[in-house]
Design a protein around this ligand. Structure first.
Ligand code: PLP
Length: 402
C-alpha cells in the first residue's frame, strides 16, 4: 500500500513558514495511485464506494469520482457537497440512522441511487414518498447483529442506533411496501481491523446470517453491503493490511454464499494514510516526573485520540541527533481530555519545533471540536500534480463567532 513519505518536506516547510499555525496537508497524487491500485485488485462483482465522512473535502471527493468509486453520504450536507463535486445521484448511497421525512424526500427528489433503511419509520416514510411520486426506490435494510466478542467504535456487541435486529425487520411490514425495491442488506459493526483473516471471519458470519434472513423474508439477495472496517496501522508494531488479502477474502465470501454483488464503502483505509497534521510546540515542562509538550492545536483539530484512546503516529519535523525520550503531548484546550498521545521524541525538542502527525487524512479535522476556546481553525492544503495548493487558510474565531 502506498504510504505518505516525507518526499514532500519542502512543501511542508513552505506551509510552516507561511502559516506559523497548525495545518493539514493531503497528498492527492498518492491517494490517486492508491485508489487506482485498489480498483485493479477488486474481484468481479465487488463495488467500492467512498464514505464521505472520513474526509469530505471537494478535491478528495473528485479524486474518488475520477477513479470510479460511488459515494456514501450520511447527511444532507454531505449529499449537497457530493453533488457539487460532480457525483451523479445514481452513484450515491445514503446511510445513517437519523433520516427525517424531509431528508428522505430530498434524497428521492435528487434521485439518489440507493437508500439504506435503518428503521421501520424510515421504511414507512420513504415508501409514502415513493408512492406519492409514483416511483420505486432501491433500498438495502441495515441489520444489527448480536455478537459474542467485545466492543468496537461502531458497536461490536453494543446496542447502537445503526439498523435493526433481524427479528425486527422480519416483524416489520417492509416487504409489502410497493414503493421500495429491497435489493439486499447492509451490516457494519466492526471498525479498524488490520487482519484480513479476521475480516473474512466477521464477513462470513454476517453473510451466513443475512442469507438466512433473506430466505426468511423472501427477499432476493442481490447486494450485500459490508460497510467499511479495513484498518490502518496507527501503531509502530503493527503490519499494514494488504488490499490483495482483503480482496481474496471478499472473493471467498462472494463464492461461498453466492452473493451477486458485494459493496463496501471505505473511509479510513481509502484515505487515512495520505495526510499529515502539523502543529507547533508552544511550551515544554516537567510535571511530577513527566515530560510534557504543549502544542498549538490538539483535540480541537484532531479529536480521534480522545475518543478511541489511540494516538496518530507522531514525529519531530526537523532532524535531530539527540537521544529520544518519552513525551506526553497536550493540546491547548482547558480540559484534561486534550491529549494527542505519548511519543518517543528527541530530547532537544522544545518551543518553536513542529510535530508531524501522520495518517491523519481520515477522521481528522471534520470529526474534531474546533470551536472550543476560540482557537484558530487549521488550514487545509493539498498536493496535486506535485504542486502545493492552499484550499482554506488559517481562520480565526472572528470568522464564525457572533
Ligand atoms: C455506514 C458506514 N459505512 C462505512 C464507514 C467507513 O468506515 P471505515 O472508515 O472503517 O472504512 C462508516 C464509518 O463510520 C459508516 O458509518
Amino acid at each position: 500500500m502506498t504510504t505518505w513519505s516525507f518526499t514532500h518536506r519542502d512543501h511542508l516547510q513552505t506551509l510552516m513558514d507561511r502559516f506559523d499555525c497548525s495545518f493539514f496537508c493531503y497528498d492527492l497524487d498518492a491517494l490517486d495511485e492508491h485508489l487506482k491500485s485498489m480498483q485493479k485488485m477488486i474481484p468481479e462483482g465487488v463495488k467500492l464506494w467512498y464514505a464521505t465522512k472520513a474526509n469530505p473535502l471537494s478535491e478528495v471527493l473528485k479524486t474518488f469520482r475520477k477513479n470510479g468509486f460511488g459515494i456514501d453520504v450520511s447527511a444532507q450536507g454531505e449529499m449537497n457537497h457530493a453533488l457539487n463535486a460532480g457525483f451523479n445521484p445514481s452513484s450515491m448511497l445514503s446511510t445513517g440512522p437519523s433520516k427525517s421525512r424531509k431528508y428522505l424526500r430530498s434524497l428521492v427528489d435528487h434521485g439518489i441511487g440507493t437508500v439504506v433503511l435503518e428503521s421501520p419509520n424510515q421504511a414507512r416514510w420513504l415508501n409514502e414518498i415513493a408512492l406519492e411520486k409514483n416511483q420505486v426506490v432501491d433500498v438495502l435494510l441495515r441489520v444489527q447483529l448480536p455478537w459474542k466478542e467485545g466492543k468496537s467504535v461502531l458497536g461490536g456487541d453494543e446496542i447502537t442506533a445503526f439498523g435493526m435486529e433481524p427479528d425486527a425487520w422480519k416483524q416489520s411490514e417492509v416487504t409489502s411496501m410497493k414503493g421500495l425495491n429491497i435489493r439486499g442488506f447492509h451490516c457494519f459493526q466492526w471498525g479498524n481491523i488490520l487482519d484480513a483473516k479476521r475480516l473474512g471471519s466477521i464477513w462470513s458470519t454476517i453473510a451466513q446470517k443475512l442469507v438466512e434472513l433473506s430466505d426468511e423474508m423472501s427477499i432476493e439477495l442481490e447486494v450485500l453491503d459490508l460497510g467499511g472496517g479495513l484498518g490502518l496501522d496507527y501503531e509502530e508494531h503493527q503490519s499494514p493490511l494488504q488490499f490483495e488479502d482483503v480482496s481474496a477474502e471478499l472473493k471467498k465470501i462472494k463464492e461461498n454464499f453466492n452473493v451477486p454483488e458485494i459493496w463496501m464503502e471505505l473511509g479510513r483505509y481509502a484515505v487515512g494514510n495520505f495526510g499529515v497534521y502539523c502543529t507547533q510546540i508552544i511550551d515544554r515542562k516537567s510535571t511530577r516526573g513527566r515530560e510534557l509538550l504543549v502544542t498549538d492545536g490538539g483535540i480541537n483539530h484532531l479529536v480521534r485520540p480522545a475518543i478511541t484512546n489511540q494516538a496518530f503516529p507522531c514525529e519531530l519535523f526537523r532532524t535531530s541527533e539527540s537521544q529520544s525520550m518519552r513525551y506526553h503531548v497536550h493540546g491547548p484546550l482547558c480540559t484534561a481530555l486534550d491529549v494527542l498521545g505519548s511519543f518517543e521524541l528527541p530530547s532537544d525538542i522544545g518551543p518553536g519545533d513542529w510535530l508531524v502527525f501522520k495518517k491523519t487524512m481520515a477522521y481528522g479535522f471534520t470529526e474534531s471540536m474546533p470551536f472550543f476556546l476560540c482557537h484558530n481553525l487549521p488550514a487545509e492544503t493539498i498536493i496535486k500534480d506535485g504542486s502545493l495548493e492552499v484550499l482554506r487558510g488559517i481562520e480565526t474565531a472572528a470568522s464564525w463567532l457572533v
